[in-house]
Design a protein around this ligand. Sequence first.
Ligand SMILES: C[S@@+](CC[C@H](N)C(=O)[O-])C[C@H]1O[C@@H](n2cnc3c(N)ncnc32)[C@H](O)[C@@H]1O
Length: 202
Amino acid sequence: MGTEHFDSKAADWDKDPAKVSRAQEIGAAVAESVPLAPGTRLLEYGAGTGLVTQALRDRVGQVVLADNSAGMRQVIEEKIAAGLLPDAVVWNLDLERHPVPDEQFDLVVTALVLHHVRDLPTVLSGFAALLRPGGHLCIADLDREDGSFHQHDFDGHHGFDRTDLSEALRAAGFAEVRVEDCTTIFKEGASYQVFLATAMRS
Ligand SMILES: C[S@@+](CC[C@H](N)C(=O)[O-])C[C@H]1O[C@@H](n2cnc3c(N)ncnc32)[C@H](O)[C@@H]1O
């Protein structure tokens, strides 16, 4: 999928209270699931407008927000200029297409992004390369769904089977994989379960 869909949604993204509260719930679940400290270096991949990082901002150190949508990155830049995301850096990064940056993080968080990614093993290997050994990965995403979640042109994953994702994480170099319920998204009269998968870089 190109970036046009999210480019066009970026300016109004935070006007939807459901998206804001969902990101806060995911941030709270991350904070409960992995160790955070003032020195924790965080990468949020597919950060959108940075809502999940905003929820974690006071509990971690330097943050990098990566997204392949110029519209989303523009909103993040505006938040940085407004002082809402102190000590934040923005990357144009698509791990399916770009080389993995030569940087190391303590924590990678990605929320509702991986179902948009086609080449999951490449992206998971990219996360492993970006984490120091012992660092943590947190993935919030949809459980397997019937394909009704996306109304727009969509060629990604209809959610994930938890067992399959756990195996893909181990194959990419992660250990201590856990998957737990995180939140529920209500959309067009249907409900969609969101899990939080956590894993440690071996
Ligand atoms: C559903 S939005 C979620 C945004 C944010 N994580 C949140 O929870 O509010 C998915 C985000 O992933 C980004 N994205 C999709 N595919 C990507 C890719 N291959 N590389 C980087 N970002 C991607 C989109 O531009 C969009 O900002």
